[in-house]
Every structure is written in structure tokens, then in C-alpha cells.
Design a protein around this ligand. Structure first.
Ligand code: HGY
Ligand code: MN
Ligand code: MN
Length: 418
């Protein structure tokens, strides 16, 4: 179903055919037949397949692939050390949340390779190096820290803390990296890599209804809401579900239930959003009172003080239940680079400007001082982090066209007339 609105494609996007080929190749990787959702977790065999795919696509285009100190992959067209000020970087991530959608992340990486194909088909010769990046572990689905790859190279996540992170099976990030053939002893902040980035433009599927309600296929992003993750520990006392008197029970599930409801009510009152989508119950038996509950809070909002007010309320409840609430990651409000966004908007005059409540590697880089902005591609469902997430093929092609036009503007020969 082609959606109306937005610039009609003047001619078939040269990158459309390569987009469609790459998309078809990626679609089965890490997809669960039962739900149609994806499980593309960091440093797993699925992740290795995706990284090998990335390297192969770069090789098809004669791009030099390098890995940085977090294992993020950079496919360069041109030598990034050849010009002062660094190159134009596009790309996104390939990993997913549990049972995630097909587009969150991969749309940005595939569109980036296709945009380069489009430009080359038009005979474009860049005056600045261009890179396509695959940021590893953006979702933090396995080890719990979102944007781990970009946080590591910017120093927002320390190497020691990262290496010690453990997944649900107790496997450390360091061991998972080693198992995937990446040496964890080299992990750390990577100023050399950051110094190669002149600007970063991340194309991403929209994770909301902005574009569908505006009848446009592509938007430029202005900012990312402040957002964070907190871990809540609730102790209890294991006992028999049938023989233990109610008065004798210390059941942490009661406090957990109270916190889950309180998160929604506090968010409502403070004009924020919050959910607790992940809960780990020990020993997790039907006929056993839980001995311990660990729950994770995700809270966000346009106003960081309002988000903090929500978290403070929940911290009080956790403490009252003899538990704890600890910050796992926080990203300040991110306003994208005005000058870069203006240049992008000059190239895409019909594109509306949207803020987002979704976190991205673009936000981590922006907060590290890298000139950054984002493009969003229409998602007619408005749903994300779900197999329902979608983008129409025509809109994906329009996204490729838009990204190619942006790269031509940013990496093309200096305009003769400004
Ligand atoms: O959680 C987020 O907003 C992003 O999808 N990592
Ligand atoms: Mn996501
Ligand atoms: Mn994403």
C-alpha cells in the first residue's frame, strides 16, 4: 500500500534496487517464526552473522571496514584522516530488543549503503570521506546498557563496568566479546575514532505516529527526550505457596505490583512516561513464594525534573519495601546540532521537524559534542519494539533518496555560491 503525501519519487531511486536486495537478505536473520519478531542480541551468533553481512556489503562497495575499541564497525569511502574536521558518517545499529521489529536499526544501516549506491549511480564524487557505521549493542537487550557501543567510545560507559556486565545466564560481556572473536581487553574510550567523525546523520524508522498523522514520509529530528533505566531490587522470603499463612509471608511480588502501578500513576501526574517491562523473579516457581524480585524501570519525558520526580517516588516505595532502586543509565535531553539540522532541512524543505522519546546512538554522540542530527522514516503503525513495527517500501526508498540528498549536501564539493 503506497501512502500519499510527501515528494513523489522523481524517478526510481537508484538505490532502491540495492535497498530491496539487502532488505530481503537481512529479513530472515534472527527472526522468530512464531512471532515474526527479532532476537538480534549483542555478541551472539546472530550478531556475528549481522556483522559479517555488514563487512560483506562494505566489501561489495570497496569500502574499508575498521572496528573501533567497542567493536563498532565503520565502512569508509575515502580516508578519514585525509581531511581536517573528519568525515560524514551515516548508519545506525543492527541489534534489536527481544521480539523487536525489523526496522529499528537495520533500516538506517541498509538505507545508508543504498544511499551511497544512489550517489555513485549519479556519478557523485565526495569531497569528504563518508562512513557507514554499525553501532553494536544499541538496545542493551542482553547486558542492560542501551547504546553500549557508542557510550563506550565516548567514555559515557567505562570499560571496566562494561566488561563486568552479565546477561541473564551470567555470561559477562567480556566473555561474550571473546566468544565473538573481539578482544575485550582493548575496550575503552576511542578519541581517534571520534576524531574521524565530522558529523553524524542517523536515519531511523519513526517510533511513533508523527509522520503518519502529518502525511509525510520523512522527518528531521530536533531532539531526544531525557530518558533513563533503573534497576529495582526487592528482597523476599522463599516459602511454600500452600502451607505458609498469609501473615507469615514476605512476598516481594506485592511490592513489585505496587511499584508497577505507581510508575504509571506517577508518570501520569508528572507528564512523563514510564514502564517496567522486564521483571526477574527468583526462584520463579508457580507454587513457591518468591525469594527475590529484580525489576527494571524505563522512565522518560520532555522535562528531566519531571522524570526525576517519578523516579524519586518509586525509590521511596522500593526503600519502604526493604528494597533498592539504582540508576543503570541516563541520557540527558539531547538537542541536535542546529547548523547541521538547518543544512539538512534546506535539502528536505517538506520534511517536518519531530522530537522523539526514543534513545539513539545519535543522542550519545551529540552529548559527546559530535554535530549530529537524525532523519525519521514514516511508520504507518506508529508501533515500535514490536513485530508490528513497519515502514512501506516506497517510504523506505524515499528515505534512501532523502539520505542521499543530505550526504550530497554535506560531503559534496563546496557550494560555489552560499
Ligand atoms: O530505548 C530506546 O529508546 C532505544 O530504542 N534504544
Ligand atoms: Mn530501539
Ligand atoms: Mn534504534
Amino acid at each position: 500500500m503506497a501512502l500519499d503525501g510527501g515528494p513523489q519519487l522523481s524517478q526510481p531511486v537508484a538505490g532502491a534496487a540495492s535497498f530491496d536486495r539487502m532488505w530481503a537478505e537481512l529479513t530472515p536473520v534472527g527472526r522468530a517464526a512464531a512471532t515474526g519478531g527479532y532476537r538480534r542480541f549483542a555478541w551472539t551468533t546472530v550478531d556475528s552473522t549481522l556483522r559479517e553481512w555488514f563487512t560483506a556489503e562494505a566489501g561489495r562497495r570497496g569500502l574499508d571496514v575498521v572496528r573501533d575499541r567497542a567493536g563498532n564497525q565503520w565502512a569508509w569511502w575515502g580516508n578519514p584522516a585525509s581531511v581536517p574536521g573528519g568525515g560524514v558518517v551515516i548508519g545506525s545499529h543492527l541489534d534489536s530488543v527481544p521480539d523487536g521489529g525489523a526496522f529499528d536499526g537495520p533500516l538506517g544501516v541498509v538505507s545508508s549503503f543504498a544511499a551511497l549506491d544512489s550517489l555513485r549511480a549519479q556519478g557523485f564524487a565526495p569531497s569528504r570521506p563518508i562512513a557507514v557505521v554499525n553501532f553494536g549493542d544499541e538496545e542493551g537487550a542482553r547486558f542492560g546498557i542501551a547504546c553500549a557501543g557508542s557510550r563506550l567510545i565516548t567514555g559515557a560507559l567505562s570499560a571496566d563496568r562494561a566488561r563486568a556486565l552479565r546477561d541473564a545466564d551470567g555470561t559477562s560481556l567480556a566473555d561474550a566479546m571473546s566468544g565473538a572473536g573481539f578482544d575485550p581487553t582493548q575496550v575503552g574510550a576511542d578519541d581517534e575514532t571520534l576524531g574521524r567523525i565530522g558529523c553524524f546523520v542517523e536515519l531511523h524508522v519513526e517510533q511513533g505516529r508523527g509522520l503518519i498523522d502529518l502525511g509525510q514520509p520523512v522527518a528531521v529530528s530536533s531532539q531526544i527526550w531525557p530518558h533513563g533505566r533503573w534497576r529495582i531490587e526487592l528482597p523476599g522470603e522463599a516459602n511454600h505457596a500452600g502451607t505458609t499463612r498469609l501473615v507469615d509471608r514476605h512476598d516481594p511480588m506485592l511490592a513489585c505490583a505496587e511499584l508497577i502501578l505507581a510508575a504509571r500513576q506517577a508518570a501520569q501526574r508528572h507528564g512523563s512516561v514510564a514502564t517496567m517491562g522486564k521483571v526477574s523473579i527468583q526462584p520463579n516457581g508457580v507454587n513457591a513464594i518468591a525469594s527475590h524480585v529484580t525489576a527494571w524501570l524505563d522512565a522518560r519525558g520532555a522535562d528531566p525534573d519531571a522524570v526525576r520526580a517519578v523516579v524519586d517516588e518509586l525509590a521511596g516505595l522500593a526503600t519502604a519495601a526493604d528494597g533498592s532502586l539504582e540508576l543503570e543509565s541516563w541520557t540527558d535531553s539531547t538537542v541536535f546540532d542546529a547548523g547541521l539540522s538547518d543544512r539538512v532541512r534546506a535539502v528536505l524543505p517538506d520534511a517536518p521537524v519531530l522530537s522523539t522519546g526514543a534513545g539513539h546512538d545519535a543522542g550519545i554522540l551529540a552529548n559527546a559534542g559530535v554535530p549530529t542530527t537524525m532523519l525519521f522514516v514514516r511508520n504507518p503503525t506508529g508501533v515500535s519494539h514490536s513485530p508490528v513495527e513497519h515502514a512501506e517500501t516506497d517510504d523506505c526508498h524515499r528515505g534512501v533518496d532523502a539520505l542521499a540528498a543530505v550526504v550530497a549536501e554535506l560531503a559534496g564539493p563546496p557550494a560555489t555560491v552560499r
